[in-house]
Write a protein that binds this ligand. Sequence first.
Ligand code: ATP
Ligand code: MG
Length: 879
Amino acid sequence: MKELSSSQIRQMYLDFFQSKGHTIEPSASLVPKDDPSLLWINSGVATMKKYFSGQVVPGNPRLTSSQKSIRTNDIENVGRTARHHTLFEMLGNFSVGDYFKKEAITWAWELLTSPDWFGWDPEKLYMTVYPKDADAKMYWEKAGVAPDHIIPVEDNFWDIGEGPSGPDSEIFYDRGESFNNLAADDPENYPGGENERYLEVWNIVFSQFNHEPDGSYKPLPRKNIDTGMGLERVVSIFQNAKTNFETDLFLPLIEKTQALSDGKKYGADAEDDISFKVIADHARAITFAIGDGALPGNEGRGYVIRRLIRRAVVNGQKLGIQGAFLDQLVPIVGEIMQSYYPEVLQQKDYIAKIVRSEEDRFGETLTGGLDLLNGLIADLKKTGGKQIAGPDAFKLYDTYGFPVELTQEYAIDQGVTVDQDGFKAEMQKQKDRARNARGKQKAMGLQHDLLINVKTPSDYVGYTQLETHSELTELVVNDQLADEATTGTVEAMFDTTPFYAEMGGQVADHGDIYDLDGHVVAHVKDVQHAPNGQNLHTLAVVSPLKKGTTYDLKVDQVFHSKVEKNHTATHLLDKALREVFGEHTQQAGSLVEGDYLRFDFTHFGQVDPADLDKAEAIVNREIFAELPVKTVVTDIESAKKMGAIALFSEKYGKTVRVVSAGDFVTEFCGGNHVKNTNEIGLFKITSESGVGAGVRRIEAVTSAAAYKYLNDRSVILDAVAADLKVTQTNDIETRVQALQAQVKDLQQKQATLEGKLAGQQAGAVFDNVETAGNYTLISGTVQVSKMDQLRALADTWRDQALSDVLVLGAEVNGKANLIVAVSADKQKQVKAGDLIKAIAPKINGGGGGRPNLAQAGGKNPAGLPEAMSAASAWLKEQD
Ligand code: ATP
Ligand code: MG
């Protein structure tokens, strides 16, 4: 076996397919772009959907990549199998309607066995094929695979419901008898079975059918190849490692963890080894995911990161690691992956900071969770229960971040178990909620046949002119190419166009199409890119349009100019936010409209309003500095040298357009901009809020809209000044503060007066002592504004020992209130609570209290006098 490092192996795969005419695509961001059906990029093909669906035609139909991927469904497998990770790299080669089965198979065999490439022993390799796929079997045999190394397996059909589907062929490496974990006669003991001896390294999918909505399979007009080879598994074979973890991709992480533990050694104890592996695996996934702009949070991607960090921390505890440690693994991940992913090491401080703060946060809930868990177990012991209920286990998991495995292990030590089914049921509910939140699954669409074949060139000239004289070259009416359109909504292409097609956050232009006599023939409603890149206009037809005819195309200039201002302002804002919050701040989405702009960016925690003010001031500073805005078209490398900011998630062609505003900001951008920042006039942020985990959203306006926003506020301020009778708006604040002080003062005075008034009324009421049976009674209604004052009166009554029983009523805010008090020496015979229960119905209410004092509220103030007489009557009935 050749001695190769993981970087050499990755490169060898890419080199091989490059030598077969493939273009190497960079590893795309783990965060899917424009694909709500996926939480994470989970395979190479996931980044190629747009090519396979025909939405975009790739420059070269042969592509190859090493794609970082995250599979959360394998979390439980990590550390327990030799071959599963959460983050792994998938090497792949792709044919978009170009070569098919024969080449895919022949090349696969060449890569695996040729001494110039992998040079593996053919004896060790086994291929599975779909039983009905005679071609695959034939090509493998022709390539040189022994017939008894080709195994038919019924499952080898790749099908995700409606959309492209087809048979696949999986390649297994026989790791030898010493890896066998099953009995010789175990039915799983074959290449393709669930075992450790035969390791699946590669899957080649021949997508040749379309799974129709009616369940039938129709051959696809263009057949595709997509393949996936797990880099870590291949490395384990080359490096003769027992599992993927004893390779150069993981060992430095394990060694560091060992050094941090309380003397634990990797390889000494099976349970500890699982912890070492989990930590090494999760450290990679967390580092890459955060590097790609995701952040720990409570849902979606954020939740996955949180879960991985907590799982790693708990495993660290098992190894006796004290306190936070994961952040120390971040730079090691960066070093291991540096050759292909230099950006990780560049961002290491930022990533480590986020990991650290999440670890610290879990450190806090860890104790809270343990308290809850101990409480639950103590309760169970008291009642003789044996099982922690599912919802409790879920609460520990969900609120305190306790993985259910941890709860289970802990519980077993204490002699109880966890209701796993109940937990799963709660978990399922949560998953359903998450899935609904992610939106409906979008199946890979059918190939977009109609426009894929339309290659008629169309030039966008809107950077320099907003009106053209252009020939209508293609018309689409009712999803068919047509020569004429008479009415309704149709789509059209022109040989040249000044209309911008929606892209990079900037909305499409609108405007009108005129015939050469100057009559409007159509309104432009929308413009999008066709698969081959032309601008495709959606038109509302006013009068008949003909292919081959020349028209005048005119962009709505007012709208366009607003969009330009907002777009340049977006670049200024992007840079301003980096200045305020640090270079790691990433754009997470943007919308450039005519009326406003919206900008999403990654930020951990709340945004301080003072920082927002700073960013706004910086943008305005650069507007007032009158910076010239320049664009150049150049190659990617030169653009990067110019310091242009590119989005990691974005893929760029050979040449790129770079837009700069003075020396302040330079960005890759294909959009429309002002010629000088002074055209923007003014910039004003109108709102800032959180959207999803770790992403903040700013909305802002420029120019006339900014003036209107500020002026509307100024008008309100003037009106307030007039109401307050101040002449200077500057005086408003002092005036308002003075008014607030005055109100407070008045409230105090009022309370004092009311107290006095109540005292006087009480004087009158207290004078009237009647005898009811064996008791003396004072009763009456008084005027108070709060229940408190009734209680104060009762205190006065008690101090002066005026009678045995007191019943007071008051109407407060349209409601009736009653209070009953009984003197200390009569509480044995008469209880305040009993008396109030007897009389409260008169005011349509209820109440209660202690033997000495009770109160009640009701909806019927008119019943207060009746309540008083009822009190007297009730007392007469008592002994
Ligand atoms: P397995 O049955 O081993 O889980 P799979 O059938 O899920 O593999 P595919 O979806 O066919 O795998 O992915 C293609 C290749 O990607 C696999 O052959 C394997 O080499 C690699 N791979 C898949 N899942 C993982 C994972 N969780 N960790 C590491 N490599 C993986
Ligand atoms: Mg799998």
